[in-house]
Write a protein that binds this ligand. Structure first.
Ligand code: ADP
Ligand code: MG
Length: 287
């Protein structure tokens, strides 16, 4: 069970030159249940890439396969695919349009054939999952804060019960509490429901915190694709294309340069604390 891109290229306008490809020869496979972070500077092709996963964009060259079936072959149920691969665009809150929060979230499941009653059951749960409480369900989306609106929009996709949940910069512009709420939700969906998550983010901390695998895009190509620890070991190469490595990774390197030899592949605060404690314990045991 997977989504696989086979030599996918994409050009926004036909008849333009070679260098205008937004995607060049992308080969990758996302398996069911994975948590993948997608990083890359602005214009590197991240948003173009994710719009191929549910067939919103059609490759100029190559194929997109869902469970090994070409999604653009005649008779492929593209509409159904859009329910299985839920894509949440940047600033999704601007796309809320229904009269109430609950109506808005019900729109997706009803559009995919659920009755209003069924849609409500799923939508209420989706809203609770994103941390929107009952007393807000009947408000207008326009009465909510920015962070709440973002979470309502995310609930709208969740309510379609996708197998793959793809989010384009879902924490952009949120305060730290709003960011944690969304990242914790994604971790929970991944762990408890086995949902595959694809998180596009410019924040290496977010990616390091949540994902297992990291894909780095550069000029329309996949520059790295692998285990996050391996990918973040390419500090110099990442910095050369304007990306950073997670803060704790840099901190570990600085500590090592100063002779405090903690292991270098830490990525999070928790791991760094543990690594520092290890060094202290060893020093104590040797004393
Ligand atoms: P990212 O999401 O990583 O910032 P994009 O996928 O948005 O990158 O953009 C990849 C390339 O495609 C960029 O060169 C961008 O200018 C171009 N591009 C993106 N959207 C369009 C569009 N609608 N029309 C023409 N070119 C576009
Ligand atoms: Mg983008």
């Amino acid at each position: 069970m997977s989504i696989r891109l086979e030599n996918v290229s994409y050009k926004y306008e036909e008849n333009t030159k070679e260098k205008n490809y937004a995607l060049k020869n992308i080969k990758l496979e996302i398996k069911k249940g994975e948590f993948v972070g997608i990083a890359g500077h602005t214009g590197s092709g991240k948003s173009t890439l994710i719009q191929h996963l549910n067939g919103l964009l059609k490759p100029s060259g190559g194929k997109v396969l869902y469970n090994e079936r070409d999604i653009f072959e005649p008779g492929f149920p593209l509409r159904e695919l859009r329910g299985k691969v839920g894509v949440c665009f940047q600033y999704p809150e601007y796309q809320l349009f229904e009269v109430t929060v609950l109506d808005d979230v019900c729109f997706g499941p009803m559009n995919f054939g659920k009755t209003r009653e069924e849609a409500e059951v799923i939508s209420r749960q989706a809203l609770l999952d994103v941390g929107i409480e009952e007393n807000i369900f009947h408000k207008s989306p326009f009465e909510l804060s920015g962070g709440q609106r973002r979470r309502v929009a995310i609930a709208g996709i969740l309510a379609m019960e996708p197998e793959y949940f793809v989010l384009d910069e879902p924490t952009a512009g949120l305060d730290p509490a709003g960011r944690d709420q969304i990242l914790n939700l994604l971790k929970k969906l991944h762990q408890k429901k086995g949902m595959a998550i694809l998180l596009v983010s410019h924040s290496m901390e977010d990616v390091a915190d949540c994902a297992d695998r990291v894909i780095v895009m550069n000029h329309g190509e996949v520059m790295y694709d692998g285990d996050k620890r391996e990918v973040f070991s390419h500090k110099k190469e990442l910095e050369a294309i304007g990306l950073s490595v997670p803060f704790y990774r840099s901190l570990a390197e600085e500590l090592r340069e100063r002779g405090f030899m903690i292991k270098e592949d830490v990525l999070t605060l928790e791991e760094t604390k543990e690594a520092i404690m290890d060094v202290i314990r060893k020093k104590r045991d040797n004393a």
